[in-house]
Ligand binder design. Structure first.
Ligand code: NOJ
Length: 719
């Protein structure tokens, strides 16, 4: 343990401010020469020797010499923190966030995130900018691919489990990292799904829907937090004292480190809340943003702001102490390389155990959206046609790939070849999947191949580069002429199943009727193609559920299953028009697929749901027992989901909210009981008096999902 208070006492103000500056490795050049942003800012070598952290070094062969040099050069010998985005794996990639959330299997995500930490630690990375728990209700927003989906409870569970897995029991251990939760707050609420756009949400919506997942990560002990780019109700998060002082520090008791998003402090000027960099530095720092990522507001102005008396030095001291404490807890003063080891990494990356885990994760996250019995295919097929832009594509692993590479990734073709070494495989591209693609000339060849084959896998979707930061879209139907390809190929060979890749929910309405089966893979990580082969030939039974609703039409966005009722809800079947109710003239209200939806090759029958009591006191609980039976012929897994509705309250309440879930495995004919406990804190909400409390009255519990509930029963909260 380092005496960080003694260290602080010997630091000059310039040295303290240095700890609040983060630069890229390119700024550190080849050690003697200053390049990159630091050169633009006019930093001297001495100033560089004082910076506290570095973003973007991802190889031990860089982090080790950089760290060594930095410790030598810094008068106080303070090690650097190396930070990076290790989001869904480092070299071995597992499926993207919404896919992992839809596994409804936190233990699986724990294993995956631990693997990511283990691999990243060998590169000398100390902090990962993960998990991202921004609630995602609008699939036009490209960053939905990083989130844990649209539900606050699921995102809370999946966010917290990642924090625990990345950090382990002790962040000084060589196979763990510090975790950074982001983007605080409500970044996913960007208006019209356009990235970086303002977010306007009421305090009620903010507290009930958007905040719980960040809070869950704070409660799980997350060490770093990143405010979001957007403004929240008019105040950019980077300079938002309500968010960072009132909620984060005062209400949640957070005393970890905060780091701005990339360039976000300087962006306060463009957002029009700061006249210049100096005011931006002042506003961000006093709001609670400690480290500045990649812009020079702190570098240029913090010292001056302290000297002129605008910011007390004690506030700088407090921020620096938090950073030094993180470095100390990571063990960096005694062990500055934190186990970074190129050879250890090379031996671990893509090793059979890691690939097996990535494959298991891809298998558990695939969602069977439709199946009239065409899947699984028989392994006796002699000739199989793989058609579509994703048939041989290796870019199916998802963006934010850290050190992951397309060439490491198993394509669908490779997966099928390995699965059926004796079968003849026919392949046709069919058509492109970019929105600029119009060429349909390949469809005829695809149709010919489809006619010759015993079975066809039509591998379609949205390119992986279409989701991620800055990748918003207005039209989220299948890009290019793919719908035409689907119609032609399914007509040519009815033994056709669709394998669909995308980083966001797409509007699949125009291919729904002509498809017999749709297997949604999201972006499936390094082992995606092997998982497709396991799933379509029935070696694995699909068990993923949607963590985000798939709209029927883009005009329905934003869209979420946990909506509140209007005074005029629709009372006729969704496909019929009804006047003067909350609906559309040209489309039903129901999405194409709801949150929580996902089929299996077997059938699960919900046999009963019982409540041990129909009255609950404030310190009591209701125990709910659900009995589920596998009534089909294959073993399978089912995510049993329990939803709640607060029937009458002082403010409108969602028609359903996920409150508990458990994924179980059942052999054919087997039945199991799942038990959930509901306690008073789960009934709390932001009421009409702006208090986070529960209110007495009736609560309805439902098992199933959205509009497919098998049982419902009620209890009363007595106060
Ligand atoms: C910008 C992104 O918004 C954020 O999520 C990421 O962590 C940083 N860049 C650093 O790469």
């Amino acid at each position: 343990m380092k005496d960080i208070h003694a260290l602080l006492a010997q630091m000059t103000l310039e040295e303290k401010v240095g700890q609040l500056i983060q630069i890229s490795p390119s700024s550190l050049g080849v050690f003697a020469e200053i390049t990159g942003p630091a050169q633009e800012w006019g930093m001297t070598l001495e100033e560089i020797s004082r910076v506290g952290s570095c973003l973007g070094a991802t190889q031990a062969k860089h982090t080790i010499p950089l760290q060594r040099k930095h410790i030598e050069d810094d008068r106080n010998h303070i090690p650097l923190l190396f930070m990076y985005d290790v989001i869904h794996g480092f070299r071995t990639l597992y499926p993207i966030g919404p896919a992992m959330a839809g596994s409804f299997d936190p233990a699986l995500l724990y294993e995956c995130a631990e693997m990511a930490a283990r691999e990243a630690a060998t590169a000398g990375i100390h902090v990962t900018f993960s998990p991202m728990v921004d609630l995602a209700r609008d699939p036009r927003w490209g960053r939905v691919m990083e989130t844990c989906g649209e539900d606050p409870y699921l995102a809370s569970v999946m966010g917290a489990v990642q924090v625990k897995a990345f950090q382990g029991e002790d962040i000084s251990a060589h196979d763990h990292l510090a975790s950074c939760v982001k983007h605080f707050a409500a970044y996913g609420g960007a208006e019209a799904g356009r990235d970086y756009n303002p977010v306007e949400v009421s305090e009620r919506t903010l507290r009930q829907f958007y905040l719980p997942a960040y809070k869950a990560c704070v409660d799980a002990g997350v060490r770093v937090l990143m405010p979001s780019f957007n403004d929240l109700n008019g105040v950019p998060s980077t300079a938002n004292t309500f968010l960072m002082k009132q909620i984060l520090e005062q209400e949640w008791g957070y005393c970890g480190v905060t780091v701005s998003d990339w360039g976000a402090i300087a962006e306060l000027c463009k957002q029009g809340v700061a006249e210049d960099l100096k005011e931006a530095a002042y506003k961000a720092f006093t709001a609670g943003c400690q480290i500045e990522m990649m812009t020079p507001a702190y570098y240029r102005h913090l010292v001056e702001l302290v000297r002129e008396g605008s910011i007390p030095e004690s506030a700088i001291d407090e921020a620096v102490l938090r950073i030094l404490k993180l470095k100390d807890d990571l063990g960096l003063f005694e062990d500055p390389f934190h186990g970074a080891d190129e050879a250890k990494g090379e031996a671990m990356f893509l090793c059979p155990e890691h690939r097996a885990l990535a494959r298991r994760a891809a298998n558990e996250t695939a969602v069977l959206l439709k199946n009239d019995g065409v899947l699984p295919f028989s392994k006796d097929v002699k000739k199989i046609a793989l058609i579509g832009p994703f048939a041989e594509e290796q870019k199916i692993f998802g963006t934010w790939n850290a050190r992951g590479k397309a060439e490491d990734t198993v394509s669908v073709r490779e997966g099928i070849e390995r699965k059926l070494p004796g079968a003849e495989i026919l392949c046709a591209y069919g058509c492109g999947n970019h929105y600029t693609d119009t060429d349909t000339s390949g469809i005829a060849e695809a149709v010919e191949l489809a006619k010759q084959a015993d079975a066809v896998l039509l591998c379609i979707g949205e390119p992986q580069s279409y989701t991620g930061e800055g990748k918003s879209r207005t039209d989220i139907t299948l890009p290019g002429p793919q719908a035409e390809l689907v119609k032609a190929v399914t007509a040519a060979n009815p033994n056709t199943a669709i394998v669909h890749f995308s980083g966001r929910p797409l509007v699949l309405t125009n291919i729904y009727d002509s498809s017999r089966a749709i297997l949604h893979m999201w972006m499936a990580g390094t082992e995606g193609g092997n998982a497709v082969a396991d799933l379509v030939f029935g070696d694995v039974n699909p068990s993923g559920k949607l963590s985000m609703t798939f709209p029927r039409a883009v005009g329905q966005c934003p869209l979420n299953y946990n909506y509140t009722n209007t005074g005029r809800p629709k009372t006729v079947p969704d496909e019929e028009f009804q006047n003067y109710v909350s609906s559309y003239l040209d489309c039903g209200n129901r999405p194409l697929f709801y949150f929580g939806e996902g089929l299996s090759y077997t059938t699960f029958t919900y046999e009963s749901m019982t409540l041990d009591t129909h009255e609950m006191t404030e310190d009591g609980c209701v125990t709910v027992t659900v009995r589920v039976k596998n009534t089909g012929e294959r073993a399978g897994k089912e995510a049993v989901q329990l939803y709640l509705r607060d029937m009458v309250a002082s403010a409108v309440r969602p028609v359903q909210e996920l409150v508990a879930f458990e994924k179980i495995e059942l052999a054919p004919g087997e039945s199991k009981e799942v038990t959930f406990r509901i306690t008073e804190p789960q009934l709390r909400f932001w009421n009409a008096q702006n208090q986070f409390v529960s209110e007495a009255g009736e609560f309805r519990l439902m098992v199933g999902y959205a509009d497919h509930f098998h049982f419902a029963d009620s209890f009363r909260l007595i106060k």
